[in-house]
Design a protein around this ligand. Structure first.
Ligand SMILES: [Zn+2]
Length: 299
């Protein structure tokens, strides 16, 4: 049994054929041209999916697609993409089904990644799981009793937009003091620039901290502490078995995990704190493709 997984990102579109054990074959990675015309992007997805199916010679029973923005996954409509212009209320499922002649399911990329980690990754054997992606944006996906929780209007899981203070900096979403305003890529880099007096990459900040640089360690510890404020609330509210952390910033590994675990043990309610495990995501760059393919199988 094979499905196609499509990970539609603002920078790249990744496509792969995925078997029922989560193994990816015939990967394709194409650039998402900046300011790409909607029709061009859709045609590029269609042509590349067709190529992958042809090249593989396998019988494919559907296409799952994870997209970088809010969607109505039941109707298969993209509401909009914050980082790709020209998409507004696009019935992507219907368009692709017509062009490809196969069943198509879509969901937002964080939900797709959450499904991937839940079935084949760090969240295996957990019925109650929260996945967090740390990057430019901070996203969250929630599994409750073995099922993806989407919420009343399909937009649950916005952990990055939980306020962690009463007052604080304004966020793009219109909120104040959202978690993302403290632990999103941009803001970590701003803080690092202030501390070191010049631009510094996240990789450099991580290796400095690993070699014991106190200023670098302090920045990562602060990121972990800000994260812990939101995650203590998540732990108390949802009582998850596990919290899985992925995305570029998670490459800082123990620099974030250790202080985060310590804070959650110290601040969350006892039973919930004792029960929850905190781990890094396992599927890496394939998470989006694998998760998207699962949209077909798990429906
Ligand atoms: Zn926000």
């Amino acid at each position: 049994m094979y499905a196609i997984g499509v990970d539609l990102g603002a920078t790249f579109v990744k496509i792969g054929l995925v078997d029922n054990k989560g193994k990816v074959y015939f990967r394709r990675k194409i650039e998402t041209p900046p300011g790409a015309d909607k029709t061009l992007l859709i045609d590029s997805i269609v042509n590349n999916v067709k190529d992958v199916i042809k090249e593989s010679g396998k019988q494919v029973y559907g296409i799952g697609i994870g997209v970088p923005g809010p969607v109505d996954s039941q109707k298969g409509i993209v509401h909009y993409f914050p980082n790709i212009k020209g998409w507004k209320e696009v019935p992507l499922k219907a368009i692709l089904e017509k062009k490809l002649g196969l069943r198509v399911m879509l969901d937002n990329d964080v939900n797709a990644m959450t499904l991937g980690e839940f079935v084949f990754g760090a969240g295996k054997e957990c019925d109650n799981l929260v996945c967090l992606t740390l990057g430019t944006g901070v996203g969250g996906g929630i599994i409750i009793d073995g099922k993806l929780y989407r919420g009343g209007s399909m937009t649950a899981g916005e952990i990055g937009h939980m306020p962690i203070n009463e007052t604080g900096p304004k966020c793009n979403c219109g909120g104040i003091a959202c978690l993302e305003r403290y632990v999103g890529n941009r803001y970590i880099l701003e803080r690092a620039k202030k501390a070191f007096g010049s631009n510094i990459t996240l990789e450099a900040l991580t290796s400095l901290a690993k070699s014991g640089n106190k200023k670098a360690v302090a920045i990562w510890t602060d990121v972990a502490e800000k994260l812990s404020v939101a995650l203590v609330e998540v732990v108390n509210l949802l009582n998850p078995d596990k919290i899985v952390i992925g995305g570029g910033i998670s490459k800082a590994g123990e620099l974030i995990l250790s202080p985060l675990k310590r804070q959650i043990r110290a601040r969350a309610m006892k039973d919930q704190a004792k029960h929850v495990k905190i781990a890094l995501a396992k599927l890496g760059a394939d998470a989006g493709i694998i998760g998207a393919s699962l949209l077909i199988k798990l429906k």
